[in-house]
Design a protein around this ligand. Structure first.
Ligand code: SAH
Length: 242
């Protein structure tokens, strides 16, 4: 077995990205969650060009400056767009296959878990896009996340992160919301991905509304600004040291 095949065993996302990169098409990248029905990630969207990106992502790229860290970079679409704008980005992802594709695409890409403290840096912009808050995982991880950001940010640096308020999933026909306040925060999901016969591990993925994000930023010495709102409960936030 080749090294790449071993790595692919638990890397469905990377396997899908590699397939699409090599063949221009991919099979279904399936997403399972205990909270929702089975869903699918359109792999071609991970390869979107600047023109195809949603408005909030284009704004984030426009605001990115200095040394940029693209966190959970996937196929590297944002880092590539930044490179075309003449900006300087480092892309990190936990997926070994995604990182190998990004390298082949000419990016400075590294296989790094954001929370691994052996990775250091002093970034002016930290980009977390395509529901970038997901990587935080759970609300309980907020202190750990913000202290990690403090390690990686230049003093006047900032994070650009997009997310969505999932409250619309709990909306009744009369427009009221049925949210169990005693349960975990409603944007906290568990996911597992599968590509062909490659099954990944279960992981936590956090969708967060701007107010809750702003509250936790404040608790951890950061301030949150709402840069812009999208068309469907989504938004782009800028987080900086306060
Ligand atoms: N930002 C890209 C990809 C989004 S998918 C885009 O907009 O197209 C989320 C990516 O985050 C996946 O490639 C996944 O492997 C990566 N990821 C998840 N947890 C991570 C972590 N802790 N550190 C680094 N990357 C992570």
């Amino acid at each position: 077995m080749q090294n790449k095949d071993i790595k692919a065993l638990k890397d469905p996302m990377g396997a899908a990205i590699l397939d699409y990169f090599k063949n221009g098409r991919a099979a279904k990248l399936r997403v399972f969650s205990s909270q929702f029905d089975e869903d699918e990630i359109p792999v071609e969207e991970l390869f979107r060009e600047y023109e195809q990106m949603p408005y909030l992502e284009k704004m984030a790229l426009g605001l990115s400056r200095g040394q940029i860290l693209d966190v959970g970079a996937g196929s590297g679409c944002h880092s590539l767009a930044l490179q075309k704008m003449g900006k300087s980005a480092t892309a990190i992802d936990i997926s070994p296959l995604a990182v190998s594709v990004m390298r082949e695409r000419g990016l400075d890409a590294r296989q790094v878990d954001l929370f691994d403290e052996s990775f250091t840096g002093n970034y002016d912009t930290i980009l977390m896009l395509m529901n970038g808050s997901g990587i935080i995982g759970t609300i309980d991880n907020m202190p750990k996340f913000f202290s990690r950001m403090r390690q990686l940010l230049a003093p006047d640096g900032f994070i650009l992160m997009d997310s969505s308020d999932l409250k619309y999933l709990y909306e009744d026909e009369d427009g009221s919301f049925e949210i169990d306040l005693a349960a975990d925060y409603y944007g906290q999901l568990d996911y597992r991905m599968q590509y062909k016969n490659i099954k990944g591990e279960v992981f936590d993925w956090l969708y967060i509304d701007f107010q809750t994000l702003s509250y936790h930023a404040g608790q951890n010495g950061f301030k949150a600004e709402l840069v812009a709102e999208g068309e469907h409960y989504d938004y782009l936030a800028k987080l900086s040291l306060s």
